[in-house]
Design a protein around this ligand. Structure first.
Ligand SMILES: N[C@@H](CCC(=O)N[C@@H](CS)C(=O)NCC(=O)O)C(=O)O
Length: 223
């Protein structure tokens, strides 16, 4: 039996969605973020040393990292679904976006989350203006221009085809959902980029997406 070690409000939602798209049976083992730190509970380190979600167990196998989990599930249970044919330009685009989501797009979004939090964090009054100035400078000179460049790039790419890998919906679109949802929630992505917003609308309307939200529970991305 496939078990998804699922943290509330997290990337593991994508794995539930993939499993629903593939119509597979699975169980969910739930973990709750610490209300103050928002970190995963220590029990998750008992499943995988890094204690991050998602982790999937399947018989003797324990696998972390969303992209690797997606590749594993599609390869072992997909029967050719949700992945372009080998050797095609679409397959290369599929591989590219599967890596890009976590390798290129998430780092500046994570930095934005951290620097926004530094600015809001309680601290002695004399330290506050200094922390605020550093956070604002880092955001405006590095983080936000980076996020903007990524969003412009993705907006242009979605002008070439309906989905990230080409004309067909693939598991790369599932992988790309999280950075785009995070970009909406953390600021940066809005109606000024209509193709990306339409992409989000289309994925949110898919029955498997809704079903995965019903099963996964709370899904509000951190700000
Ligand atoms: N690149 C990893 C990132 C995993 C990750 O950072 N997961 C977050 C959830 S969105 C997490 O577990 N955060 C809680 C923590 O760091 O304690 C992946 O895609 O699986």
């Amino acid at each position: 039996m496939i078990i998804v070690h699922h943290l509330n409000n997290s990337r593991s939602q994508r794995i539930l969605w993939l499993l629903e798209e593939l119509g597979l049976d699975y169980d969910i083992k739930r973990y709750q973020r610490d209300a103050k730190t928002m970190l995963a509970p220590p029990e998750l380190r008992g499943i995988h040393p890094l204690g991050k979600s998602p982790v999937v167990t399947d018989g003797d196998l324990t696998l972390a990292e969303s992209g690797a989990i997606i590749e594993y599930l599609v390869e072992h249970y997909g029967n050719g679904r949700l992945v372009p044919s080998p050797g095609t330009p679409e397959k290369l685009r599929y591989t590219y976006w599967l890596h890009y989501a976590e390798g290129s797009m998430m780092p500046p979004l994570l930095m934005k989350l951290i620097f926004d939090r530094i600015e809001r964090a309680p601290m002695p009054f004399f330290a506050k203006p200094i922390a605020k100035a550093i956070a604002q400078k880092t955001r405006s000179s590095f983080i936000e221009p980076n996020i903007d460049r990524h969003l412009d790039y993705m907006e242009a790419e979605l002008g070439k085809a309906a989905w990230f890998a080409g004309p067909e919906f693939t598991a790369a679109d599932i992988q790309m959902s999280f950075p785009l949802e995070a970009a909406v929630s953390r600021g940066g992505l809005d109606a000024k980029r209509p193709k990306l917003m339409a992409f989000l609308e289309r994925i949110h309307a898919r029955p498997a997406y809704t079903k995965a939200i019903e099963r996964g529970g709370e899904y509000q991305l951190l700000k």
